[in-house]
Design a protein around this ligand. Structure first.
Ligand code: HXC
Length: 258
């Protein structure tokens, strides 16, 4: 499918989605969101795709929701459209792993989009922020909730109330990103991580993703019980037999997703 605001390519079971509205620092307008939803649907439906990488440009992952498109909307319009609701739910319900590869600005909805991915790899140039307060509004795609869970109340309040940006080093120190790499190595590093994920049992990958997500939604006892059940259930798959046989036979496993 041809997209105007995205560049999508699939190589060796990994789909790389690049946000591509350079004139607006990849601000998330309705066209970009509907194209991104279509690209996610296509990747989810394609059995050969095992992992995704979502990235922007050197200058911006995404500078937020499109302020120019949003500025004249009324409360009735925002409420009736459930603005950003369907997109956020699509990301939350996506079953395959998505790695955010962030260089430059990840602000407002851009920071929230990165946090909706499964983990974030940042270039040294990355800057994260929730500057909605400057516009007289608040984050609307989970920023107040997810940023607080990632970095704790004090840093989240600081960023959300003062609009201060966090650089890559602080983001790594605070647990917002999993690794920081030189800007010219960002895509290579993210694709390398995605290729590693794509080589695993896709069934085990989906269950592991579900389990880590459950840690945000459940009590410790419920999460641990769920983990034990899913761990047991993984023994129903051929991939468990293959993974363990390969270890014993000192060879690389070949997972079939069955
Ligand atoms: C629309 C945007 C934009 C945005 C940048 N642009 N961010 N357009 N929406 N969020 C456009 C600018 O208007 C400009 O277009 C072009 O991109 C380049 O931006 P500049 O400002 O000239 O670049 P620079 O001086 O380098 O500053 C970069 C920046 C700044 C610090 C990232 O652009 C900025 O502060 N942007 C807004 C960030 C923000 O407030 N994000 C939160 C949005 S609210 P022209 O045509 O002038 O060249 C949000 C809510 C989410 O995300 C919740 C929804 C439910």
């Amino acid at each position: 499918m041809a997209y105007e605001t995205l560049i999508v390519e699939t190589t060796d079971a990994v789909t790389l989605i690049r946000l591509n509205r350079p004139e607006a620092l990849n601000a998330l307008n309705s066209q970009l969101l509907s194209e991104l939803t279509a690209a996610l649907d296509a990747a989810e439906a394609d059995e050969t795709v095992r992992c995704l990488v979502l990235t922007g440009s050197d200058r911006a992952f995404a500078a937020g929701a499109d302020i120019k498109e949003m500025s004249d909307k009324t409360y009735a319009q925002m409420f009736a459209a459930d603005f950003f609701g369907a997109f956020a739910r699509r990301m939350e319900q996506f079953r395959k792993p998505i790695i955010a590869a962030v260089a430059g600005y990840a602000l407002g909805g851009g920071c929230e989009l990165a946090m909706l991915c499964d983990f974030i790899i940042a270039a040294e140039t990355a800057k994260f922020g929730q500057p909605e307060i400057n516009l007289g509004v608040a984050p609307g795609i989970g920023g107040t909730q997810r940023l607080t869970r990632f970095v704790g109340k004090s840093k989240a309040m600081d960023m959300i109330l003062t609009a201060r940006m966090m650089d890559a080093a602080e983001a790594e120190r605070s647990g917002l990103v999993s690794r920081v790499v030189p800007a010219d190595k960002l895509i290579e590093e993210a694709m390398g991580a995605a290729t590693k994920v794509a080589s695993q049992s896709p069934l085990a990958v989906m269950m592991n993703k579900e389990l880590v997500e459950a840690a945000y939604e459940t009590t410790l006892a419920t999460g641990v019980a769920l983990e034990r059940r899913l761990f047991h259930s993984l023994f129903a798959f051929d991939d468990q037999k293959e993974g363990m046989a390969a270890f014993v036979e000192k060879r690389k496993p070949s997972f079939k997703g069955s």
